[in-house]
Each structure stands twice: as C-alpha cells, then as structure tokens.
Design a protein around this ligand. Structure first.
Ligand SMILES: Cc1cc2nc3c(=O)[nH]c(=O)nc-3n(C[C@H](O)[C@H](O)[C@H](O)COP(=O)(O)OP(=O)(O)OC[C@H]3O[C@@H](n4cnc5c(N)ncnc54)[C@H](O)[C@@H]3O)c2cc1C
Length: 382
C-alpha cells in the first residue's frame, strides 16, 4: 500500500497525524521534512525567555520518538523538491522518487524579507522555527540592545520577552500604533503605553530603510533621517504562506495554496493544511485553525469526508506587560467600536449594524471576559 505522505513536521503536519492515528492505525504514514523533525510548540519561541527556557528545553519529542508515537516513518533533513500529481510521486533532495496515495502539504509560511539596503542586511535575524531561534539566542547572549523591525503581534511579543530578560529593546513600525491590524486605535495606544512603561523604546510612524555594520554594532537608518544603533537586529514584519512547491507542481495558489473546505487542492489527492493553506480566501497563521483543520482532514483521510467550519478564534497576545486578547471584526462587517477604558483596562466591543457583537479587543483586567464574549461572537466560517 502506498503511504500517505505528509510534507512538513510543524504543528500542522504532526497534529494531523495525531488526529489521523486516533481513527486509523494501519495506513502507512511517511513524513518528509526539511528540518530535524523535532516536535515543539512554536508559539513558545516568543515567550521562552520569560518562561526561563533554553531553546533545547522547548523540544517535546525528537523525530524518533514522534515516529514511534505516530507509527510513522520520518525522513529528516530531506526537502521535497518536486511533485508530479499525474504519477502520484514526489522527488526529494536525497534523489529519491517516492509514491503516495494521498499527499499532504504542511509546508508552513516564510518570513517576509524587509526591503532594506546596507552591509548589515544579511545579518538580520528572523525567527520562524526552533533552529532560527537557537541561533538568535546564541547571538543575543552577547548583546544588550536589540532592535526589532515590525510592531505587529510577533514584534510586540519578542519585545516584551526580551525586556523580561533585561535587554534594551527598540521597536520600529510604520503605523502610529503597534498591533494596528488586531486592535482598534484606542486599544493599540494603551498597549503602546504599557509596553513603553515596561521599557520598549518605540520608533512608530517610521520605516527602517538601511542596516549597516559599524564595528560590533548595527546602525539602522530610519525614515526622517534618524538613526539608531543596536547590537542585534530582528525582523518581524510578517510571514507569507510558502507556495513555491505548489506553484511549481501546477497547483492553484493565491495568498496561500488554494484549498476547498475539505483542504483539497485542485488535484484530488493533494491537500494543504496549516500556515501554507488558503481556505475560502483566508490564510490563518495561528494554531487554533490548524488544530480544527487537523481534526477535519484526519476524518476525511480516514474515509469520512468532513467540511471545515471555524468557530470564533480570538488571538491571545503573549505580552505579560499588558494582557491582551482580540478578535477583530470580519472584513466587510459594518459597525462601530464601543470602548470603555481606564488606566487598568480597555474593553472594546465591535457592534455590527444588526446590534450583535462582531469583534472585541480586551486589554488588562478586561481579558477575564474573553470566554463569555467569545460565546457571543458569530462563527468565523460556518
Ligand atoms: C514566534 C512565533 C510565535 C507564535 N505565537 C503564536 C501564538 O501565540 N498563538 C498562535 O496561535 N500562533 C502563534 N504562532 C503561529 C503558529 O506557531 C503557526 O501558525 C504554526 O506553528 C504553523 O505550523 P505549520 O505546521 O503550518 O508550519 P511550520 O511550523 O512552518 O512547519 C512547516 C514544516 O514544513 C517543512 N517544509 C517546508 N518546506 C518543505 C519542503 N519543500 N520539503 C520538506 N519539508 C518542508 C519545514 O521544515 C517544517 O517542518 C507563532 C509563530 C511564531 C513564528
């Protein structure tokens, strides 16, 4: 029997296999992964310092342990370089051609590269996996001041985490407030204030244009002729789904690999899940959607076709200096923000024209209302 091949051993690939094995223990499963196959919680990369964890301590299981837990074979440090849908084969960096019965692409997303010039650009860090993070931690052990390019979710989480370990942190972002895509302006201003109290030096409304080396430091040129000096530079300007392999195989792609509500691509036996997938125009780069997806796709692969529907999935920002959870209103839903705030909290509710709750942002003490408000939100995809 040809195996089900899963490309990628991130949270999407491994959680899919865990769910599948609850339903079927006999179909052969083969993972092919470009990395070491370690199972770890990626969200912990941006709060490991505060939790007192070294990179190696984030590993839950290695590839051998995962292979035996999942009754699967795992090929590590092997990249899939091509897919031939017609012959149901993948070609690998080891020169092999392997047949599949079904193929699952769980290849994740890639950091967006900032459009920068300068002789320091090559030395800017991005952190999207444990290997990146291990290198970043080695470097910052010799640093005091870290400059973060990007004031979104990941930039703010790293800023707060680095502060917890007493680094000096500067954050550069083009908008006047951080987390502009997730929070209404008033709530974002509150977050800005709280992180400033904790020690973040903001450079907002500014873009970084160049990064140059100067002895052991980096000089960052900002719009408006400002410069800042830092020992290490981290770019956190966002991720985009990795569609390269899918495109080369002739699969339909948009922002991500386009799949239907069963996670199936335009090829009947090829599926995509996790950060790389685009479901009905939505790319959701979070854990909760991939867990929901893993349960649905596992059933489909086990013979019970299951359409995905997503509940409301608020996003928790891991920023201990300012607890925060948000569920932005879906695009196109007309309504207004109603905001109550004092110096300990912000409670922002987005009320649609129909009078119903369509989104929220809770900061500080108001986060305790998360569960009750989430119940009132409409499903994200019915
Ligand atoms: C710092 C950080 C903090 C985060 N915090 C949160 C959080 O608090 N809450 C939350 O919900 N989400 C968070 N996220 C997002 C969440 O971690 C991701 O959505 C999730 O881990 C994506 O999993 P994935 O399996 O789809 O992709 P990945 O983890 O990127 O896995 C992709 C896999 O594919 C393999 N691969 C890629 N191409 C090939 C190829 N051609 N051949 C073989 N193998 C290949 C890679 O080696 C890897 O094993 C965070 C992300 C980051 C970076």
């Amino acid at each position: 029997m040809e195996p089900i091949i899963i490309i990628g051993t991130g949270l999407a690939g491994y959680n899919l296999a865990k769910e599948f094995r609850k339903l079927n223990n006999s179909t052969p499963l083969l993972f092919i992964t470009g990395d070491d196959g370690y199972f770890y919680s990626k969200p912990m990369l941006s709060n490991a310092l505060a939790k007192g964890k070294k990179p190696a301590e984030l590993v839950i299981s290695d590839a051998d342990q995962m292979a035996s837990q999942l009754n699967a074979e795992i090929m590590t440090f092997t990249r899939v370089e091509g897919i031939d849908p017609a012959s149901h084969c993948v070609s690998t960096s080891q020169g092999e051609s392997l047949s599949y019965s079904k193929l699952i692409m769980a290849v994740g997303a890639k950091p967006i590269e900032p459009p920068l010039v300068g002789d320091g650009v090559e030395l800017i860090y991005t952190v999207n996996n444990l290997q990146d993070y291990t290198e970043f931690r080695k470097t910052i052990s010799y640093s005091r001041h870290i400059a973060i390019i990007g004031s979104g979710l990941i930039g703010c989480e790293f800023a707060n985490d680095l502060l917890s370990a007493e680094y000096q942190v500067s954050v550069i972002g083009p908008d006047k407030v951080p987390l502009g895509r997730l929070l209404p302006t008033e709530a974002a201003k509150y977050m800005k204030q709280q992180l400033a109290h904790a020690g973040v030096k903001w450079h907002l409304g500014e873009t970084c244009t160049a990064v140059n080396k100067n002895k052991n430091h980096f000089v960052l040129e900002l719009s408006g002729d400002k410069t800042i000096t830092a020992d290490t530079v981290l770019s956190a300007i966002g991720l985009k789904p990795d569609t390269s392999l899918a495109k080369a195989a002739g699969l339909k792609t948009g922002h991500g690999i386009i799949v239907d509500r069963y996670f199936q691509t335009n090829e009947p036996d090829i599926y995509a899940i996790g950060d790389c997938a685009e479901v009905e125009g939505q790319v959701l780069l979070f854990v909760m959607p991939l867990m929901q997806g893993a349960r649905a796709l596992a059933k489909t692969l086990a013979g019970e076709p299951t359409r995905i529907s997503y509940p409301a999935m608020p996003v928790v920002v891991k920023s201990p200096a300012c607890a925060c959870v948000a569920s932005p209103p879906p695009t196109g839903v007309e309504g207004d923000w109603q905001i109550e705030q004092n110096d300990k909290t912000v409670k922002a509710l987005y009320i649609g024209k129909d009078g119903k709750l369509a989104g929220f942002a809770l900061l500080g003490e108001a986060v305790t209302e998360k569960a009750a408000l989430t119940k009132q939100l409409p499903s994200m995809m019915t």
